[in-house]
Design a binder for this molecule. Structure first.
Ligand code: SF4
Length: 749
């Protein structure tokens, strides 16, 4: 445990920690022996709302490190973009307890993953020493030797083949200071825009969708809108499992305002679908048709907000700007009757949902990877925004479109810092000469240092690695060896390049391809800022020393910069110094959060940007009075666009997906389950989770199972045009007929 820092707020047990509701022993067996059904049944029997936080803790506390808590410290959950505030109970042995922070936006609630955080840092398999591959085997090395090797390989590639022969691949899980530093090192130091990461594969569609619609990335609204909405339109998301405290907040809203309607659109009957008032199960890939058919029904039924549209909305067709009539003409192809066969939802139901969406006092839409991780992800995002714009269901309490984020810091760490191949910080673009010049000046590097063309995005990067064009890659806090699509093809890239992996745990599937492995500190073993889905930045303070010789990712990046002779570019070398540089940089943009000093972040349960000065309380809702960039004279102002109008993009539906055929008659969907997070590198090492969740398995509708002759529990082989998987088949009625479901947390699946 680190010495307490005098300037850190120390939270006292008796003043701020909620009472843990004791439920007594539920099982004779230890929680390790609980299977998933037992656990979920028990939680459901107790009432799901109370199952989060205190009760989950009560169920599982026998597995936790025991001991008296000596010091409670505020922090943030390590895992998902909900960004739950937590209280970490520390003692001499380390983390003794974790509870939901009652003063944070999650009001003390946590999902099971958050409740089990005390087991994370002590989970087996931590990387403690650098390793270098020799004769096919990873062997222990000193930091000096490992970093010298990495530096010499990068230096040689840059000298012989130019800066675009190297790349950085990251994630939405490093702290903001770390990803910002990596972005600056590669774009302004080395001089390559080959900076990308797994956010490209998940929420990049949402980022582009917001930018195309409003001129700026990140949502207009906030979680607090949940407390005011009358209709929830949840599409391509399963928050009851994946963003659980947010779904609990939706249920709370319904309990105090019973007219609330929850609509879930998902081809699978998920836990969210089960707990919604309406479940629509469209055919996979048809949801853009559904959304435009809803728009048609809204226009035809005169359910739009004429005044809002007239004053604040523009329409963009394929040939340029069009007017309201252009929208009407565009929608001719999307009458509910015309699309119902392809969508698999009757026209009357489409009209009903459209009318509920438009006619409520306030409608909030929530979506996640079901829309974002798609070939037509950008079109789906702009069309979701469009539904809110034409109905005026935006810029008022409870009415907003919101994309939910999967990773703890994809918004703050990657989107806001501009750490994708086509971006620069705070909404600037690599292709824009003025933006490049501005950043070169702010970063104090010579004009022309930032290349004028975007670098390689995730998929093209791994292809270029496979062709031998990209020679060296630094991969931090990401597991592309498990999470990339069409993995067999992209694995060649990791095999062929000089592949450096910095991670906290050994033997991930990416490490199997690594030439050098660097042990990284995890979560509260280092300090930095996470930015979650509602533009809220929250500070995670260092409370533990990392094991062995593990180092913070920021230290690794600073070390690499110095060894490459770029220590003058990466002049901020500590987390606090980087934050100061980055916060001041933001004052040159409409993201302005220069008022978020480290001291304020220590004091507050996060602050939402814009936050332009040290007295500013932060901005819950953008584009309306209260947002520092909206003049007092304006009721609404989309200042990201030159004319202040948000844009409805009339993007037609195209059947781009590979459909089923005789040889491959089913569609495979993937997703997460309640207890496991992403590729399981962390959660699948935590005993109660690992023992309580099944190994890789499929879910198939019983109609399909009957047709093929499969029974529940049979081992099956599932083949696609790209590869195959073997697992146990669960026969249910949850997936739509013609589809299969598989979760992706199991590394051996
Ligand atoms: Fe909250 Fe997500 Fe952590 Fe669960 S995993 S406690 S929902 S931040």
């Amino acid at each position: 445990v680190t010495d307490s820092n005098d300037s850190n707020e120390q939270l006292k047990t008796d003043s701020v920690v909620p009472e843990t509701e004791s439920i007594g022993p539920l099982y004779d067996d230890s929680p390790e022996s609980m299977n998933r059904r037992d656990l979920l049944r028990a939680l459901a029997a107790l009432g799901f709302a109370s199952a989060t936080g205190g009760i989950a803790w009560g169920l599982l506390e026998a597995t936790m490190p025991q001991g008296v808590v000596q010091d409670w410290r505020k922090s943030v959950c390590r895992y998902c973009g909900t960004g739950c505030g937590i209280l970490v109970g520390m003692n001499k042995e380390g983390v003794a307890e974790v509870r939901g922070d009652p003063e944070a936006h999650n009001a003390g609630k946590l999902c099971i993953k958050g409740s089990l955080l005390p087991l994370l840092n002590k989970a087996p398999g931590r990387l403690k020493f650098p390793m270098i591959r020799k004769d096919g085997k990873l062997v222990r090395a000193s930091w000096k030797k490992a970093m010298s090797l990495v530096t010499s390989k990068f230096r040689r590639a840059i000298d012989l083949y130019g800066p675009n022969s190297v790349a950085y691949y990251g994630s939405g899980q490093l702290f903001t200071e770390e990803t910002y530093t990596a972005n600056k090192l590669f774009k302004a130091g080395i001089g390559t825009n080959n900076v990308d990461g797994n956010p490209r594969l998940c929420m990049a569609s949402a980022a582009v969708g917001y930018t195309k619609t409003f001129g700026k990335d990140e949502p207009a609204g906030c979680y607090e809108d949940i407390d005011h909405a009358e209709v929830f339109f949840i599409i391509g998301a399963n928050p009851a499992e994946c963003h659980q405290p947010l779904f609990e907040r939706i249920k709370d809203r319904k309990s105090v305002y019973p007219k609330t309607i929850i609509i879930c659109v998902d081809p699978r009957r998920t836990l969210t679908a089960e707990r919604s008032d309406l479940h629509l199960a469209p055919r996979p890939g048809s949801d853009l048709l559904l959304l435009w058919a809803m728009a048609h029904a809204i226009v035809e039924g005169k359910l739009f907000d004429e005044k809002f549209v007239r004053n604040h909305v523009a329409f963009q067709g394929a040939e340029g700007q069009v007017g309201w009539e252009g929208l009407r003409t565009f929608l001719d192809d999307y009458t509910p009757e015309k699309v119902q066969g392809r969508v698999g939802i009757p026209a009357a139901q489409i009209r009903d949902v459209a009318s509920r969406f438009a006619d409520s006092h306030a409608t909030m839409s929530l979506w996640a990877m079901g829309l974002n991780q798609r070939v037509d992800g950008v079109a789906l995002n702009t069309t979701m925004n469009a539904l809110h714009l034409i109905t005026g269901q935006i810029n008022k309490k409870g009415a907003t479109p919101m994309s939910l984020t999967g990773q703890a810091n994809a918004c703050g760490g990657v989107r806001d810092t501009g750490s994708l191949a086509h971006l620069l910080p705070h909404g600037r673009f690599v292709k824009n000469a003025e933006h490049r010049a501005e950043m070169e000046k702010l970063w104090r590097v010579p004009p022309g240092r930032i290349q004028p063309t975007p670098g390689l995005d995730a998929v093209h990067l791994f292809q270029a690695m496979g062709r031998g064009e990209v020679k060296c890659v630094l991969n931090m806090c990401s597991n592309p060896g498990q999470s990339l699509p069409n993995l067999d093809a992209y694995a060649q890239g990791m095999e062929r390049s000089f592949f450096v992996v910095a991670d906290a745990f050994e033997d991930t599937r990416s490490i199997r391809y690594a030439d050098v492995v660097l042990p990284a500190a995890l979560w509260i073993e280092k300090e930095g800022v996470f930015g979650q889905s509602e533009r809220r930045y929250q500070l995670v303070e260092k409370l533990l020393e990392p094991p062995g010789e593990a180092r913070a990712d920021l230290d690794i990046l600073v070390d690499l910069a110095e060894r490459l002779g770029l220590g003058n570019v990466i002049s901020a070398k500590t987390s606090a110094a980087v934050w100061n540089e980055y916060r001041k940089l933001s004052s040159h943009s409409k993201y302005n959060f220069s008022g978020m000093t480290r001291a304020r972040l220590r004091e507050h349960r996060g602050l939402q940007w814009p936050c332009p000065d040290e007295q500013h309380p932060g901005t819950a809702r953008r584009y309306i009075p209260g947002d520092p960039f909206v003049p007092a004279s304006k009721e609404h102002y989309f200042y990201g666009k030159p004319d202040g109008r948000a844009v409805v993009h009339l993007t037609p539906y195209e059947s781009r997906a590979e459909g089923p055929d005789e040889e491959y008659p089913l569609i495979l969907n993937t997703g997460r389950i309640l207890e496991q997070w992403h590729t399981g590198t962390m959660t699948d090492r935590i005993a109660p989770i690992r023992n309580g969740t099944p190994r890789g398995h499929f879910e198939m509708h019983r109609y399909d199972a009957h047709q093929i002759g499969i029974e529940d529990g049979n081992e099956v082989e599932v083949k696609s045009r790209y590869g195959k998987l073997t697992g146990i088949c669960r026969v249910t009625t949850n997936p739509l007929v013609g589809t299969l479901f598989a979760a992706f947390y199991d590394a051996e699946f």
